[in-house]
Design a binder for this molecule. Sequence first.
Ligand code: ATP
Ligand code: MG
Length: 250
Amino acid sequence: MEATWSERVAWPTAQRRGTFRSGWGISTQIPCSFLAVARHRARLCGWFRLQAGQVFMLWAVRRGILGGTFDPLHVVHLMAGEAATNLLDLDIVTFVTAGDPYQKAGMPLSSREHRWRLTELGVSGTDYFEADDREVLREGPSYMADTLDSFPDDEEIFLILGADAAVGLPTWHRWKDVVDRTTVAVISRPGVAEEEVAAIGAPYMWLDTPGIPISSTMLRARVEAGRSLRFFVPDPVWRYVVDEKLYAIS
Ligand code: ATP
Ligand code: MG
């Protein structure tokens, strides 16, 4: 029988927990300030005898990166971050707002300032989530390869993608560099089969999460149709969309 996602992905995580973290169960609650990570890892070092290669694993920050246009950020973005945090034992998930999402050129798009604010508001209140504006501040097309280059080399990076985005990976600028630098972690998305992701021929982890048919496109259309976004998006995002009259037909 084919292994389920949980068997394929959670096993090494569980093994690592069993080796280094048994009984603690709090690693995903640790905020990613250097001191917090250092304190947490130092406690672990005190309790377990480590082999040399494992010391690096304990100290390397495990960062998830979830990039998007976030127009608007919605609950499935947060659920993807939460699932990846738990299943991949991440220290932090960084939500990177695309400043110039070149693959959406010619499509209607809110300003980068609005989308950045929607990201900031959307992730607020969860200490292991952060909003990151490096692509918003950078000129030119928002290439993930450039973004990855700007993170420290010693971090272990997990690129969290919906299955639709994963299928499009080979169209990304320097996509092989992206795949080499990260562990690609794919969240299921209705309408995209895992086989399509496998077909791109790059290594990936499949996160066995329920497919939820919510998209920003669908939410923008709801507002245009005079319907509410409430509970499809975090509360502060809903309030911002209403206050700024985003997506409403003028
Ligand atoms: P749009 O409809 O404007 O493209 P979106 O809902 O796809 O918006 P994006 O900002 O384009 O959101 O996507 C950011 C990341 O989140 C992508 O990797 C995308 O695949 C993923 N994602 C968004 N919605 C879902 C969903 N419902 N299920 C799985 N992944 C999702
Ligand atoms: Mg999309």
